[in-house]
Design a protein around this ligand. Sequence first.
Ligand code: NAP
Length: 308
Amino acid sequence: MSILYRSDEARGQAWASYFADHAPDLEFRVWPDTGNLADVEYLIAWQAPADFIASLPGLKVLFSSGAGIDHVDLSAVPAHIPLVRMVEPGIIDGMVEYVSLAVLALHRDWFDYAAANAAHIWKPLEVPPASSRRIGVMGMGVLGQAVLGRLGTYGFQLRGWNRSLREMAGVESFAGADQLQPFLAGCDVLVCLLPLTPATCGILNQKTFAALPPGAALINVGRGPHLVEADLLEALDSGHLSRAILDVTDPEPLPAAHPFWAHSRVFVTPHVASMTQPETAAPILLENLRRHQRGEPLLDVVDRSRGY
Ligand code: NAP
């Protein structure tokens, strides 16, 4: 029985070491040392090209090595093979840290002070209480809920928007397309934590920005194609939006000549908001794999009809 890991090779060694210690009955292979592809039953992968999937006749389960699965061509994965997404504490903690940092940096004018530092200017700005800021999160899934939970500890006013209504203590909840505009109208900071699907592609657009209050800021930690870049630049340059923090872009890496890099009110990080941590992810994946071996239902299986 063998597992093939086809993602970052250095991290693959950490996975291999965990499996060697905790599941010696399973042969753990790290790409490019694939061994005989015909006996690979479990695949852990970030990208899974169609021709590669076709070369695995014994494949039983495809585990995404990351939280999103938009990089996987679902049409290339036979319908009988479940696709499992990565839900593990390391990803959640990383996202909570990143969004907290980004929201607090906006709240406490950190980027203005960075510019003031560069210009050697001592200029105190007003310090409004957190309770005066409204933070809205699009996508109240595993990550969105964790982020909202942490932001609540700072005292921000919170709201969340989701496909189906998701009640959460201390959060004003909105659901569906009909409630998008009223949700946006009360967001001083908008955080995108949606999965990328046909329904959410391009959702950060001119109409969305126009519905935000003047001076609002954007944090995109979902996926690059959620954002219509030209609409963001226009909203920033018109002064309607104050700032954007983008962890994800389209394409990635963002080309050096892209206008986002030179824009004084856009801050880009290279898709690092959160990452799968082998130490916390490997035990969870192994337990899920054991469930499959025992004939029990797998956890965190992607619903192909929804695309996430
Ligand atoms: P999740 O648990 O599957 O949650 C997704 C949430 O989005 C669900 O609550 C879902 O609503 C909602 N949703 C889906 N389509 C929607 C729509 N059309 N309108 C409104 N709400 C919609 O996913 P997650 O683990 O929180 O991850 C979310 C995304 O974060 C990932 O897909 C990935 O793109 C991104 N991510 C980024 C990084 C990074 O480093 N930047 C790292 C990890 C993940 P329902 O509950 O009603 O279905």
